[in-house]
Design a protein around this ligand. Structure first.
Ligand code: DAK
Length: 257
């Protein structure tokens, strides 16, 4: 597939989707979003791909939605563009998404990062929700996902001041998983993707689904959901293979079924 605003590379077991508008710090315009959703949905269906890395470049993961594209839009224009439908599609990607973040992850860039399941950041990452500085507020999950990740007090500080936080702060606050030197952040994400790709895919899928469920249900509902997914895995060939391999002291050969 030929894309203009992103690059897609497939490696053994995983894929890398790189945002590719370096001149504008990977600002997310409609064209980029269309390509991103199409690529992610295709990779989600691709049996050779078991994990997806989403990245930018050393200077920017993404500095937000494209302000120039939105500046003159009316509320009705925004409604008709219905861009939230595309963001929702990213939320529904079933394979694990790893964000490999360096430089700016701001506004929609931070929201995209938070839609991913695991975040590996370089030491230079600068993360924030600066929408307040341009007369708006986060619109693609920033007030909700950030608050759930770091708590009300810190989310308020970030959203109401528009300040950027460092990678070290983001790690301390529990927003990201790991900080690595700039030279290694992508390699680190690849190593993690390889590790996840080596696990039984059906179990990975149902486990991701169950963890995400915890965001929008009660503990009772979540435990019930988890249990159903757990039972379901006993219908998979990989459960039989995984437990048999353990007993026989050999490496499991996953079929993804
Ligand atoms: N949009 C468009 N262009 C951007 C941009 C952005 N968000 N961020 C940077 N650029 C462009 C700059 O205009 C500049 O272009 P030229 O002037 O060279 O043509 C180029 O990238 C380099 O930027 P700077 O010269 O400003 O670079 P600096 O290193 O000096 O500063 C910076 C870097 C990241 C601090 C600065 O660029 C900056 O403050 N950028 C804006 C950050 C920001 O406010 N981001 C939040 C945007 S609002 C929605 C979903 C999501 C959203 C909205 C709707 N729906 C589903 C409907 C999200 C909204 C947002 O993200």
């Amino acid at each position: 597939m030929n894309y203009t605003n992103i690059h897609v590379t497939k490696e053994a077991g995983y894929a890398i989707v790189q945002l590719n508008r370096p001149d504008v710090l990977n600002a997310i315009n409609i064209a980029l979003m269309q390509e991103l959703v199409e690529a992610l949905e295709n990779l989600d269906k691709d049996n050779d791909v078991r994990c997806i890395i989403l990245t930018g470049n050393e200077k920017a993961f993404a500095a937000g939605a494209d302000i120039k594209e939105m500046a003159d839009a009316s509320a009705v224009d925004m409604l008709i563009r219905d861009q939230f439908a595309r963001w929702d599609k990213i939320r529904r990607i079933k394979k694990p998404l790893i964000a490999a973040v360096s430089g700016f992850a701001l506004g929609g860039g931070c929201e995209l990062m938070m839609t991913c399941d695991i975040v590996i950041a370089s030491e230079s990452a600068k993360i924030g929700q600066p929408e307040i500085n341009i007369g708006v507020m986060p619109g693609a999950g920033g007030t909700q996902r950030l608050t759930r990740a770091v708590g009300k007090a810190k989310a308020m500080e970030v959203v109401l001041t528009g300040k950027m936080i460092t990678a070290a702060e983001a790690l301390q606050w529990g927003l990201i998983n790991k900080i690595v030197p700039v030279e290694y952040y992508l390699q680190d994400a690849k190593d993690l993707a390889k590790e996840i790709a080596s696990k039984p895919p059906v179990a990975v899928r149902l486990a991701k689904e169950a963890v995400l469920k915890s965001f929008d249900t009660t503990i009772e509902g979540g435990l019930e959901f988890e249990r159903k997914n757990f039972y379901l895995l006993f219908a998979s060939e990989d459960q039989k293979e995984g437990m048999k391999a353990f007993v026989e002291k050999r490496k499991a050969d996953w079929k993804g079924k």
